[in-house]
Write a protein that binds this ligand. Structure first.
Ligand code: 5GP
Ligand code: ZN
Length: 118
């Protein structure tokens, strides 16, 4: 989509601090980090939210989740015992806090994370 920020990053027309990339997935640091590690993981193909992605291409959703775990591993957030741990968040809709309508997983970690979220 020509007016989509994250499609622009995939196309290379908008700069991104990329930490992981495959043929179908891109992961880059959030511009306004909420934790010591805050990475966004996206499918390169445009889907508006996680439900739409699950319906259109469940295998691609699996690749995005797998990439999120790989990013957490390379950031030192998760060893074989699952510790110290990280959080994956995906917001759907404005009331939930979605501001970019190209599906993305937030990978957050590096500090204690409160529950319930805000
Ligand atoms: P949402 O609010 O849709 O769940 O998450 C969108 C995220 O994109 C926010 O955490 C915001 O900081 C991040 N973001 C917005 N614009 C940019 C940008 O130009 N570059 C990067 N790297 N992240 C961005
Ligand atoms: Zn897009």
């Amino acid at each position: 989509m020509s007016d989509c920020l994250f499609c622009g990053m995939v196309a290379g027309s908008i700069p991104a601090d990329v930490v992981h990339e495959t043929d179908r997935v891109l992961a880059f640091r959030d511009i306004n980090p909420q934790a010591p590690t805050h990475v966004l993981v996206i499918p390169k193909e445009h889907h508006p939210n996680v439900g739409a992605l699950a319906a259109a291409d469940p295998a691609l959703l699996g690749e995005v989740v797998g990439a999120a775990h790989q990013v957490a591993q390379q950031e030192g957030l998760v060893a074989d015992d699952g510790e110290p741990g990280y959080r994956v968040v995906t917001n759907t809709g404005r009331q939930a806090g979605q501001s970019v309508f190209h599906v993305h997983l937030h990978v957050l970690g590096g500090r204690a994370l409160g529950w319930p979220p805000g």
